[in-house]
Design a protein around this ligand. Structure first.
Ligand code: C2E
Ligand code: MG
Ligand code: MG
Length: 241
């Protein structure tokens, strides 16, 4: 099942978008987080099926929201193996067509580690996705050892600073410098910069001071079921029809 975590524009605290995060509703264990099964799925060749499920479920939800007047761009996590599959762009574009979703409503998130791992095959698929208008985000930035020339070559539209830096930056001067440098780097490369894992007002204020664009974290909201996200969206996004 998919939970959704809201993302807010830091300058005016407006809800701008949300990230779909998978959970497994297990009959005995209850709700199991992706940390428990995504890696196993990747190692056992079933991540393609999971990603296709996540994409189609997110498209279904997007359509439901749109019919209710809620226009909410969605970020979706994909794995390294997905970008080596040439069928991903076609699959996604058909899904968007079938559900009449504009491609600019969707951003695919790929961890920095996955990008480095699959660099050879990734460029072609990523470029095709970007040319179709789909957003591309580097997730967990700062943990994956990409080089500046790789970053420059790849068509990313968004950079997400890893939560480990955000969580330490109030006590740790180095983490603080890294966050500031990532924000400036992202802006220099024309990317929207998102900070993950914001838990306190102090972190939020510092990120605003550094001119970070978007924030996500427990300070605003944990990932929630679609109905709860709709309520959050209601306050700022419901269009006047
Ligand atoms: P991610 O994409 O970096 O997602 C952010 C993770 O941080 C989420 O964990 C979210 O619940 C958590 N988080 C959000 N705000 C805070 C905060 O303020 N403090 C703390 N401590 N944590 C926060 P989650 O949902 O357990 O997901 C973990 C990872 O699993 C994701 O990291 C993503 O890499 C992967 N994942 C999630 N859904 C999918 C999916 O559909 N497909 C694939 N391939 N991977 C997924
Ligand atoms: Mg993510
Ligand atoms: Mg992340």
């Amino acid at each position: 099942t998919l939970f959704y975590q809201p993302q807010y524009r830091l300058s005016d605290s407006k809800l701008t978008s949300c990230e779909a995060l998978i959970r497994w509703r297990h009959p005995n264990l209850g709700i199991v987080g992706p940390g428990e099964f995504i890696e196993i799925a990747e190692q056992n060749g079933i991540i393609g099926q999971i990603t296709n499920y996540v994409l189609s479920e997110a498209a279904r939800q997007e359509k439901i929201w749109r019919q209710k007047g809620v226009f909410l761009p969605l970020s979706i996590n994909i794995s390294a193996e997905n970008i080596t599959s040439l069928s991903l762009p076609e699959y996604l574009v058909k899904l968007l067509d079938d559900n009449m979703i504009n491609s600019d409503m969707i951003t695919l998130e790929l961890t920095e580690g996955a990008i480095v791992e699959e660099l050879g095959c990734a460029l072609d698929t990523l470029t095709r996705l970007r040319l179709k208008g789909i957003g591309l985000s580097i997730d967990d930035f700062g943990t994956g050892y990409s080089s500046l020339s790789q970053l420059h070559k790849l068509p990313f539209s968004e950079l997400k600073i890893d939560c480990s830096f955000v969580s330490k930056m109030m006590e740790d001067e180095e983490a603080k410098s890294i966050v500031k440098a990532c924000i400036n780097l992202g802006h220099e490369l024309n990317m929207t910069v998102v900070a993950e894992g914001i838990e306190t007002i102090q972190q939020l204020e510092l990120l605003k001071h550094f001119k970070c664009d978007i924030g996500q974290g427990y300070y605003y909201s944990k990932p929630v079921v679609p109905e709860a996200l709709e309520k959050l969206a209601d306050q700022s996004l419901r269009s006047i029809v």
